[in-house]
Write a protein that binds this ligand. Structure first.
Ligand code: HEM
Length: 440
């Protein structure tokens, strides 16, 4: 699917009027008729799900902002008022709070899909890089939003994260004061966090437009990972509507059922109970943890003994994604045909989950309670800290060593010549069992 000739013919007077002034109907019609690879599976529905998540977050957020008060004396109470006194306020707040988690579930699956099928490789580097910018902005927006209810976790989370900037040599301290609007987290901090939390989703929306523009220019990847040759366009693609509007629609309904399950039956399951205690600068919570979707990066931050080193590692963990298209040396896009890399990918996914788990633990707690710690490595080998370090090492090893090396050394399985070959009968393979592996 790439830039294609417009086939839209305006029929009514209104359509003709618009078409010669602002061809917005043509734009929509062309989008709907875009030739789309017919083998896209359900992993390709997360883009649409993400677009819906963004719309839900903006719509509920704008309504919350009508009632929320960005003042340290009133913020906590204003959120409680939304929950109790504003009509439908509890539903809107729970949708917004759980919506953030749903957004991250979808984005992680969307990114892993891209990683597995090599969607970041040429000619789609720009789609991927804009995606990485969106991901970074999503993290920033979620962090800013979490501060707004002004509960204990809001306050202390802000304290820990802004403090990290102070670890940057020379410029860290002035930047920290500038960011907070003063030496400590206070009213000025809350005000600017609110302002930025309102702004960033619209910046994300702008980036999504660029993301889709780049996507439609380069054309969509597919599970086989091959480019569809010009002479196969008719055979191997179908119009986006109705084929993929229906498929996306079905996936969206399933996703919304899961979303609604959280909102209606377990609205606080993904949050932290301490955030229902008003912020208190004089009482540090026993255990400060970010939201679940930040935990892997939080774990990486804590894996490094030096504070500044931790900050560098945490940003590097996101930064490495930006250069991924140049780290992967493989000529084959889809990991379907790269068994070695697929194994490392599965380990990577498990490591990511392991990092998230470690991020939620006290770093010095024992992995196996009761098991003695070894005297090696500062006497704490049986602690989450060492497990986190091991997993962090794999995270970076995956991108910086395995991606370049495996691409050069592996022998990929034979790739089908067309995307139809693995599923449709051919002369060589009358049953359509598909496998070029059998032939090869
Ligand atoms: C608000 C967040 C996002 C939205 C609304 C969004 C939307 C979309 C949509 C609608 C598609 C086409 C359908 C699909 O492939 O699922 C797409 C494709 C893609 N997205 Fe995103 N995206 C977002 C975030 C990201 C992020 C964070 C990344 C990676 C870091 C990313 C990387 C990609 C790539 C590589 C493709 C091309 C897929 C292919 O052709 O195989 N996106 N995105």
């Amino acid at each position: 699917m790439s830039d294609h000739e417009s086939t839209y013919v305006p029929k009514t007077g209104i359509e003709k009027w618009f078409d010669s002034r602002l061809p917005i109907i043509r734009f929509g019609a062309d989008y709907m008729s875009l030739p789309t690879p017919k083998n896209l599976n359900y992993w390709w529905t997360f883009g649409g799900i993400l677009a819906l998540c963004l719309v839900i977050q903006i719509a509920t957020g704008v309504i919350l902002a009508m009632h929320y008060v960005p003042n340290t004396e009133l913020a906590f109470a204003s959120v409680e008022r939304i929950m109790r006194d504003v009509n439908g306020g509890d539903l809107i707040r729970y949708t917004h709070a759980n919506g953030a988690s749903m957004f991250f579930i979808a984005v992680y699956l969307h990114m892993l899909r891209g990683l597995y099928y090599g969607s970041y490789k040429a000619p789609r580097e720009m789609i991927w890089i804009i995606g990485c910018v969106i991901f970074f902005l999503m993290i920033a927006t979620a962090f800013l939003g979490y501060v707004l209810p002004w509960g204990q976790m809001s306050f202390w989370g802000a304290e820990v994260i802004t403090n990290l900037i102070g670890a940057v040599p020379v410029v860290g301290e002035p930047i920290l004061i500038w960011l907070r609007g003063g030496p400590a987290i206070d009213n000025a901090t809350l005000n600017r966090f609110f302002s930025l939390h309102y702004l960033l989703p619209f910046v994300i929306a702008g980036c999504v437009v660029l993301h889709l523009w780049a996507l439609h220019h380069a054309g969509q990847n597919n599970p086989v990972g091959i480019l569809i040759p010009k002479d196969r366009q008719k055979k191997d693609t179908v119009p986006f509507h109705p084929y993929f509007t229906v498929k996306d629609g079905f996936a969206i309904i399933l996703f919304l059922i899961m979303f609604a399950w959280f909102v209606f039956f377990m609205p606080n399951a993904l949050g932290h109970a301490d955030n229902y205690i008003p912020a208190n600068a004089l009482q540090t919570p026993a255990h400060i943890v970010p939201e679940w979707y930040m935990l892997p990066f939080y774990a990486i931050l804590r894996a490094i003994p030096d504070k500044f080193g931790g900050v560098v590692a945490m940003f590097a963990a996101i930064g490495v994604l930006f250069v991924l298209p140049w780290l992967d040396t493989s000529k084959v896009r889809s990991m379907r045909y790269r068994p070695t890399m697929r194994t490392f990918f599965i380990i990577f996914v498990l490591v990511g989950m392991g990092l998230g788990w470690c991020g939620a633990q006290l770093p010095d707690a024992q992995v196996v309670p009761g098991m003695p710690s070894f005297t090696l490595f500062d006497g704490q080998l049986n602690s989450y800290l060492w497990l986190t370090r091991l997993l962090t090492a794999y995270y970076f090893l995956f991108f910086l060593v395995l991606m370049p090396l495996v691409g050069l050394r592996e022998t990929p399985r034979p790739i089908p010549a067309t995307i139809s070959e693995p599923v449709l009968p051919t002369v060589d393979d009358p049953l359509g069992a598909g496998s070029s592996e059998q032939k090869g």
